[in-house]
Design a protein around this ligand. Structure first.
Ligand code: SF4
Length: 706
C-alpha cells in the first residue's frame, strides 16, 4: 500500500520531451513518481529515467549550505548566506570597477526554470551591463535557433507532438529518440502501428535502436549531412516533386539554392556521404511524395561546426515541397534539455535578447532597456560558451558564476576548461550537488534547490509551458536559483551605485513570470495571456498565448506567413564543409559521442540509481569487430582512446551498430571512468560561425591497447 500522503504536479527534469509527472510525497520525503495522465506531452507515460526520479531525490551529495574558501590552497568552509553573498558582491563589484563589466561572466543552464533564467539574464544585461551570460544550451540547441531564424525568421519550432500522429513520412536526422526522447518515440511507434504505410527514415552514422526500426536507415559518414539534403533536394527538383507554387508565393532565395544543388547528384553525394545513391533517391521520393512530411532533428545536426547549415539544409526540403504549417508536416527540433526553450524565450544567452528580440538591433535594445527601466543594454555581443571559458583561461574574464551545470564535464576539450577554472580569480558554483567536477573549482559554493523543490515554469520541445510546483521544502539551507540571484543583485547594485532593489522587486517566482510574460507582449512568442495561476487552472499551454486567448497554439505558419520582415521564408545556400577535424594515419577513427538510454548528462542524478546501470553498466568505447580485430583487440579489453587533445582509458565493446572506421563513446561518464575524465577529454572546441555551437559530436581518434 502506498505510504504517501500528498501529490504534487511537476515535470520530469531530464529531457526536452517535458513529460508531466505526479510526485507522491509526505512532508519531507518523495516516496514515488508516476506519469501525469492529463499532461499532453506524455499522457501518463514515463521512461526509465523519469519513472525512477524519486530514487534520485535527496542524495548524500547535495550541497546544503554555502561554502567559501579564502584562498585556493584552503578547503572551503561553511559560511552563512549573508557572508557568502556579501563576499560575492564585494568580489564582483571590485572586478567590475577595476576591469569593466565584461570582466565577469555567467554560465547557466537549460535545466534552470524560466524564472531563474530571466533573473540571471537581467542581472547581467540590465544591472551589470554585460552580455556575458551564456548557457549549456549553447552546446545543445543554438544551431537550431540560428537555423530557424535564418529560414523562418524566428526561433520558433513550428510543430507539435500531435503532428507525429498525422505524418506519413518521418525523417529523423541526427537523433536517437528511442534513447534520448523515449516518450516521443513511444508516440512514433503508436503512429506507425496506426498507419503501417507511414515511412520512417533515420539519418545517423550509427545503427542506433531508432535506426534499426527505420524503413530506411542512411548511415552517413560524420559531418556529411548537408550533402545528403542537397542531393535529396536535387532529386525533388529533377523528379518534379518540388512545390513551385509554394516556393514562388511564400519564399525567397530559391534560385541561388537551385543553382547550388544542380550538380549535387545522388551519385556525387553517395561518394561523400558513404551512402548508396539509390537510398538517397528513395529518401527524397518518400519525402516528396508524402501527403505530410515531418522531420525531427537533434544533436547530430546541431553539434557541428556547420550545425546552422545542417538545419537550414533540412528545413529547405520542407520549404521546397510546402511541407510546413499543415498537420503532420514541418521541421521539428527536439530539445536536449528540459528547459532550453525557456532560456531562449527570455533571451538568456550571450547573443540573444529578451522575448526573441535582436541584440544587434538598436530599437530592440532600446525596448528592453525601457521595459527594465535601465539606461541601456550593452550592444556588444557577449562571450559564448567556448569563447567564455577561453576568456577565463587567458584572464580577460576574471570572475565566472556557474549555475546548474557542469562545464568541467560537458564542455569540449576538457583540459582547456580545467585550465580556465584554475586561472579564474573567482569561481562561484551555484548547484544542488556539491560533487560535480566543476564544484571542485568553486571558491564559493551556493546550494540551490532542485527537482521537486522548485516553483516555476519550463517549456518543452513543442513550445508547451508547464508550471512545476514544489513538493518539498528546500533541504538544509538550499535556496531557489532566482532567489539567490535576486539577493545577490540587491547587494551588488549599491556597490555599483545602482538601484537594484527596484530592478529586482520579486517576492515570488510568479512575479518573475508575470514580468517575463509582459516582456513578450506583441512578439511572436507572446504569452501575455499566461500566468502561474492560469496554468494551474487550465494546464500546460503552447505559445503563443496572447492576452485574451482561450488556448495555446499547436502549430505555427498555418497561414504561410513567416516571421521574416516580408513574411517569406528564406532558402540558405549552405557550406560544403564536412567535419572540422579530419581523420588521418595517426588518428584514423571517427569518434561519435551521444547518449545512453538510462543516463542523463553527467549522471549527478541518474548515477545514484542502481537500476539505471542495468542497461549499460560502465563507460566503454564501441567499435566494429573488424576494427577490434585489426588492432589485435577483443571485446572487453581495456583500451586507450586518444585524440589530439587528450586521452581516456576504457573498455572496448564490439558493436554491430558501428560502421567500420568509427567509434562511439557515451557522454555521461566523467571522472568515474577508469581514466578520471570523460568523452570530452577527446572532443574539440571548433564552433559554428553562426550559432557558436561546438562540434561535440565528432573528433578524430586512435584506439590502442591500454
Ligand atoms: Fe523524462 Fe524525457 Fe523520459 Fe519524459 S522522455 S520521462 S521527460 S527523460
Amino acid at each position: 500500500m502506498s505510504m504517501h500522503t500528498h501529490e504534487t504536479r511537476s515535470t520530469c527534469c531530464y529531457c526536452g520531451v517535458g513529460c508531466g509527472v505526479i510526485i507522491e510525497h509526505d512532508r519531507d520525503r518523495i516516496t514515488g513518481v508516476r506519469g501525469d495522465p492529463e499532461h499532453p506531452a506524455n499522457f501518463g507515460r514515463l521512461c526509465t529515467k523519469g519513472s525512477t526520479l524519486h530514487l534520485s531525490a535527496r542524495q548524500e551529495t547535495r550541497a546544503l549550505h554555502p561554502e567559501l574558501r579564502a584562498t585556493r590552497e584552503l578547503p572551503r568552509t561553511r559560511v552563512s548566506w549573508d557572508t557568502a553573498l556579501e563576499h560575492a558582491a564585494d568580489r564582483f563589484a571590485a572586478i567590475i570597477r577595476e576591469h569593466g563589466p565584461d570582466a565577469v561572466a555567467f554560465y547557466i543552464s537549460g535545466q534552470l526554470l524560466t524564472e531563474d533564467y530571466y533573473v540571471f539574464n537581467k542581472l547581467a544585461k540590465g544591472l551589470i551591463g554585460t552580455n556575458n551570460v551564456d548557457t549549456n544550451s549553447r552546446l545543445c540547441m543554438s544551431s537550431a535557433v540560428t537555423a530557424y531564424k535564418q529560414t523562418l525568421g524566428a526561433d520558433a519550432p513550428p510543430c507539435s507532438y500531435e503532428d507525429i500522429d498525422h505524418t506519413d513520412c518521418l525523417l529523423i536526422a541526427g537523433g536517437n529518440p528511442a534513447y534520448a526522447h523515449p516518450i516521443v518515440y513511444r508516440r512514433i511507434e503508436d503512429a506507425r502501428k496506426a498507419n503501417p504505410a507511414m515511412k520512417m527514415i533515420v539519418v545517423d552514422p550509427r545503427r542506433t535502436d531508432t535506426a534499426a526500426d527505420a524503413d530506411l536507415h542512411l548511415p552517413l559518414l560524420p559531418g556529411t549531412d548537408i550533402w545528403l539534403y542537397s542531393a535529396m533536394l536535387h532529386v525533388l527538383l529533377w523528379e518534379g516533386l518540388a512545390d513551385e507554387r509554394f516556393i514562388s508565393a511564400h519564399t525567397e532565395g530559391f534560385p541561388e539554392l537551385r543553382r547550388h544543388v544542380r550538380d549535387i547528384t545522388p551519385a556525387i553525394a553517395s561518394e561523400i556521404c558513404g551512402l548508396r545513391s539509390e537510398d538517397i533517391v528513395t529518401a527524397a521520393r518518400w519525402f516528396g511524395e508524402s501527403k505530410a512530411a515531418m522531420s525531427m532533428w537533434c544533436q547530430g545536426l546541431n553539434q557541428s561546426h556547420h550545425g546552422t547549415h545542417n538545419g537550414t539544409a533540412l528545413i529547405a526540403l520542407h520549404l521546397a515541397t510546402g511541407q510546413i504549417g499543415r498537420p503532420g508536416a514541418g521541421p521539428f527540433s527536439l530539445t536536449g534539455q528540459p528547459n532550453a526553450m525557456g532560456g531562449r524565450e527570455v533571451g538568456g544567452m550571450a547573443t540573444l535578447l529578451s522575448a526573441h528580440r535582436d541584440l544587434a538591433s538598436p530599437a530592440d535594445r532600446d525596448e528592453v532597456a525601457r521595459f527594465w527601466g535601465v539606461p541601456d543594454v550593452p550592444a556588444k555581443p557577449g562571450l559564448t560558451a567556448v569563447e567564455l571559458f577561453d576568456a577565463v583561461r587567458d584572464g580577460r574574464v576574471k570572475a565566472v558564476w556557474i549555475a546548474c551545470t557542469n562545464p568541467a564535464h560537458s564542455m569540449p576539450d576538457q583540459a582547456r576548461i580545467v585550465e580556465a577554472l584554475q586561472a579564474a580569480e573567482f569561481v562561484v558554483v551555484q548547484d544542488a550537488s556539491r560533487s560535480t567536477e566543476s564544484a571542485a573549482f568553486a571558491d564559493l559554493l551556493l546550494p540551490a534547490t532542485t527537482w521537486g523543490e522548485k516553483d516555476g515554469t519550463v517549456t518543452n520541445s513543442e513550445r508547451r509551458i508547464t508550471h512545476v510546483q514544489p513538493a518539498l521544502p528546500a533541504p538544509g539551507e538550499a535556496r531557489a536559483d532566482w532567489l539567490i540571484v535576486r539577493d545577490f543583485a540587491h547587494l551588488l547594485g549599491p556597490r555599483l551605485g545602482k538601484d537594484s532593489a527596484t530592478l529586482f522587486p520579486y517576492a515570488s517566482a510568479a512575479e518573475v513570470f508575470a514580468e517575463h510574460a509582459e516582456s513578450t507582449r506583441g512578439r511572436d512568442l507572446d504569452i501575455s495571456g499566461l500566468s502561474h495561476a492560469l496554468l494551474d487552472r487550465i494546464g500546460p499551454q503552447q505559445w503563443p498565448f496572447p492576452d485574451g486567448a482561450r488556448s495555446g497554439t499547436p502549430r505555427l505558419y498555418t497561414e504561410r506567413h513567416f516571421a521574416t520582415p516580408n513574411g517569406r521564408a528564406r532558402f540558405v545556400v549552405p557550406t560544403t564543409a564536412t567535419t572540422a577535424e579530419k581523420i588521418d594515419a595517426r588518428y584514423p577513427l571517427h569518434l561519435n559521442t551521444g547518449r545512453l538510454r538510462d543516463h542523463w548528462h553527467c549522471m549527478s542524478r541518474t548515477g545514484q540509481v542502481a537500476r539505471l546501470y542495468s542497461h549499460v553498466d560502465e563507460a566503454r568505447v564501441e567499435l566494429h569487430a573488424d576494427d577490434l580485430a585489426r588492432r589485435g583487440l577483443a571485446d572487453g579489453d581495456l583500451v586507450r582512446v586518444k585524440s589530439r587533445r587528450g586521452q581516456i582509458v576504457l573498455r572496448a565493446h564490439a558493436s554491430e551498430a558501428q560502421r567500420p572506421g568509427s567509434a562511439f563513446v557515451a557522454m555521461h561518464w566523467g571522472r568515474n571512468m577508469l581514466s578520471s575524465s570523460g568523452a570530452n577529454a577527446l572532443t574539440a572546441g571548433r564552433v559554428d560561425p553562426h550559432s557558436k555551437q561546438p562540434e561535440l559530436k565528432h573528433a578524430a581518434i586512435q584506439v590502442s591497447r591500454a
